[in-house]
Design a protein around this ligand. Structure first.
Ligand code: SF4
Ligand code: SF4
Length: 435
């Protein structure tokens, strides 16, 4: 947020959107944070009331407003269930941008977002060093989940069980790709996203395998950057803009029919946040963003609606593996995608699909929320873990790498023998067997 003009525009937009809230309080019933704390200040209605009159609050207690706004998972449960259609996430994102513009970013966040994240090649180099030396600081803790924990007392890592950085990230395994359409006659661009690239490259491998299996041409430009959501969630619109423009240029360099991602958060960001925050861009860029957003699909939606799934062969399947599915908030609540990933899973006859209770309840990750409010994040996550455990499955699948991290943490800390997989990995396994 560089200019006073932009700040004033966002304030005006906020005021216009805030009037839609009729203070009914129905968001209390669906807010995972409110379920934990019971505090009105934590639910959408309480935050919207706080933002009503933000200009005055900014003078009185900007740090207090900022602190209350960070206590939100940006899960969208409130927006998805609001009878007045209040665009709660749009409002919160704009409010965070206003606050960061007014107060400035903390130096650490500034260094991370502007010095690292918005410089994709440098970011990759730093994390490559991190992957090389991470063994000094972390140790493996659960072979089945592939999780690690800190070797030393660490205020950042704390008691977390996390997936370490991949030894060879996806962009090193396959830096770029540009193939012609096969039998499908279609070409897709693949946006990997940071977590899949650096922590879960096996998910990208599965995506590629599926796309090739279905005869799709694939465009994967080199030096892809982050989708920008970590910066935007902290109000850093400058780093966000830089990343949007970096990626836009890459993906505009080649024609394709659809852009797919296997990260619910990236899909939701490209489809919704890029156009939302592009209002001050030049018209030509705005049009490019809008066109890209229209072509962006979650991989499961793309496969089900644009390609058609192939049912795996049930020959030789004797013992089916019980599997359940967790709905990522950014997939179900933000984009309305719930049936498609389930269809992907059920196309693999090796698995016996069982719904868990509260499958669409937030896992508690919330990106930076997990970093800033770990106790709350873990407490929400334990409820999800209990539902997974009660489903008595050997595998829990999902459609977002951020959820995969949170589920891994919760299951690993409890010593539960449940594997965490992405829905595309399940589908790709059946194609492998079918060949
Ligand atoms: S955000 Fe929606 S559900 Fe919540 S109080 Fe306002 S109108 Fe009601
Ligand atoms: S986005 Fe999620 S955590 Fe934030 S107020 Fe809405 S329901 Fe609660």
């Amino acid at each position: 947020m560089s200019s006073i003009k932009a700040l004033a525009r966002l304030m005006k937009e906020l005021d216009d959107q805030l009037v839609a809230c009729m203070r009914c309080g129905l968001c209390q019933a669906v807010c995972p944070l409110f379920a934990e704390t019971g505090r009105e200040a934590d639910v959408a209605r309480g935050k919207l009331a706080l933002l009503d009159g933000l200009a005055q609050q900014l003078f009185q207690n900007p740090a207090g407003v900022q602190n209350r706004l960070t206590r939100c998972l940006l899960c969208g449960s409130c927006a998805a269930n609001c009878p007045s259609g209040v665009k709660v996430l749009d409002i919160f994102i704009k409010a965070r941008a206003i606050l960061a513009g007014y107060m400035g970013l903390p130096p650490l966040k500034k260094a991370i977002f502007r010095g690292l994240l918005s410089k994709p090649d440098f970011f990759n180099t730093i994390l490559a060093w991190g992957a090389k030396f991470q063994g000094i600081f972390v140790k493996p803790v659960d072979d089945l989940l592939g999780s690690s924990c800190s070797r030393f007392l660490s205020p950042l890592l704390r008691e977390r069980h996390f997936k370490p950085l991949a030894a060879v990230p996806w962009h090193r395994q396959l830096p770029s790709l540009n193939t012609n359409p096969g039998v499908s006659g279609q070409k897709v661009a693949f946006f990997a996203g940071c977590l899949i690239d650096k922590v879960f490259p096996s998910v990208a491998e599965s995506v590629l395998r599926i796309l090739e299996h279905h005869g799709l041409g694939v465009f994967m430009p080199e030096s892809q950057g982050c989708c920008g959501i970590p910066a935007l969630s902290s109000g850093d619109t400058r780093a966000f803009d830089q990343l949007v423009r970096h990626n836009l240029k890459l993906f505009n360099s080649e024609p394709f029919d659809y852009l797919v991602t296997a990260c619910a958060t990236c899909t939701s960001t490209l489809k919704k946040m890029w156009p939302l925050m592009a209002l001050e861009y030049p018209e030509a860029e705005k049009a490019q963003i809008s066109a890209l957003a229209d072509k962006t699909l979650d991989i499961s939606q793309f496969l089900v609606e644009k390609v058609g799934l192939e049912q795996g062969s049930s020959q030789d399947v004797t013992d089916k593996v019980p599997l359940t599915y967790h709905d990522p908030c950014h997939l179900k609540k933000s984009l309305g995608i719930a049936a498609q990933p389930r269809a992907l899973i059920q196309a693999n006859p090796r698995y016996d699909f069982k719904e868990m209770a509260e499958a669409d309840c937030c896992c508690g990750c919330g990106g930076s929320f997990n970093l800033q409010h770990y106790e709350l994040s873990a407490s929400i996550g334990r409820r999800k873990r209990d539902n997974i455990t009660k489903a008595q499955c050997a595998v829990v699948a999902t459609g977002c790498p951020a959820c995969m991290l949170q589920l891994t943490d919760m299951l690993s800390q409890a010593g539960d023998r449940v594997q965490v997989k992405h829905a595309v990995e399940i589908y790709a396994e059946s194609l492998k067997e079918g060949r």
